[in-house]
Design a protein around this ligand. Structure first.
Ligand SMILES: NC(=O)c1ccc[n+]([C@@H]2O[C@H](COP(=O)([O-])OP(=O)(O)OC[C@H]3O[C@@H](n4cnc5c(N)ncnc54)[C@H](OP(=O)(O)O)[C@@H]3O)[C@@H](O)[C@H]2O)c1
Length: 277
């Protein structure tokens, strides 16, 4: 059996650079994302850049049938997952009563249900082998209520709480769980969630996905319970924990309100490109 690191949401943003981290540290990788053509293009780039074995599984993780296909692919190719990275996720900004229920459920299916399904599939063999590491991409959003990004915050609160409790349950088994809690990061998340013009993107400290991924990989390897990348995000999480829940919610409301037009100077990709040069 060959060992692999399996990364979901590996076609862009934080997941793409997490995949580069694993491959760059000489781990064979399985890239999971919805678009087969995009994955095949990436796989060729990874093979020439990193000289590791690269597998791709095109899967929509909101479809329960995807998990059987992932399991079959791993069995057919004789692959053992040593590192599981549950990273795929998405958000949607808006007032709770204006967001269609299907969009709420879509967030719950991808951000929560898919993480549970994939973990329940791949964790038992890790426990049997007494070896494995799991990295779940939560968010600093998981620490606090988030008006205008309500369901998203709630899904990340679930992932953060669930990951930390699971890590403690697993003590002594040889398997570790780490929750990666990024703050604002320059990825497609913001445009997809309708959030390119919010203060949280235009005026806050925004990190490059490359730096977030490096912190996540390192934290997982150091067996940390959770990782908050970046000094500003760390300070934000620590200071907000001293505030009342109501004060935290009101601060987040400001964060998700539209930035004044004269302060909208940032474009998606600015920080990602700057980190690459
Ligand atoms: N960006 C931030 O500020 C930020 C902060 C904290 C936490 N996070 C979390 O970080 C994680 C990665 O997001 P990102 O910021 O890197 O955004 P992103 O660039 O949009 O990446 C999301 C990845 O998930 C994939 N994906 C979307 N729907 C999927 C589905 N149904 N099945 C399988 N894969 C799917 C996407 O593929 P397609 O592109 O083909 O849809 C893409 O590869 C998410 O869990 C997000 O909540 C982001």
């Amino acid at each position: 059996m060959k060992t692999v690191s399996l990364i979901t949401g590996a076609s862009s943003g934080i997941g793409l650079y997490l995949a580069h981290e694993f491959a760059g540290h000489r781990h064979n990788v399985v890239l999971v994302a919805p678009d087969e053509w995009e994955l095949n293009t990436l796989a060729n780039q990874f093979r020439s850049q990193h000289q590791v074995e690269v597998h791709t599984i095109a899967a929509d993780l909101e479809e329960p049938g995807s998990f059987e296909r992932i399991q079959s692919y791993l069995a057919e190719h004789g692959l053992t997952v040593d590192h599981l990275v549950n990273n795929a996720g998405h958000g949607r900004r808006g007032k709770s009563w204006e967001i269609p229920i299907e969009e709420d459920l879509s967030m719950i299916r991808l951000n929560i249900e898919a993480v549970l399904r994939l973990t329940k599939l791949l964790l038992p063999p890790m426990i049997d082998r007494k070896n494995g590491r799991i990295l779940n991409t939560a968010s600093i959003a998981g620490f606090e209520p988030g008006p205008l990004l309500n369901v998203y915050h709630s899904t990340k609160a679930f992932i953060l709480s669930w990951s930390e409790a699971l890590a403690i349950e697993l003590e002594g088994t040889g398997v570790t769980v780490t929750a990666l809690c990024p703050g604002p990061t320059d990825t497609d998340f913001f445009p997809k969630a309708g959030m390119e013009n919010v203060r949280g993107f235009q005026q806050a400290k925004v990190m490059a996905p490359q730096d977030v991924a490096a912190a996540g990989y390192e934290g997982m390897m150091q067996e940390k319970l959770f990782v908050v990348p970046g000094t500003v995000n760390k300070a934000l999480v620590m200071s907000r924990r001293l505030l009342s829940e109501e004060a935290q919610a009101r601060l987040n409301l400001k964060f998700y309100e539209e930035s004044p037009p004269e302060k909208r100077t940032r474009m998606r990709g600015d920080f990602e490109k700057a980190a690459a040069t």
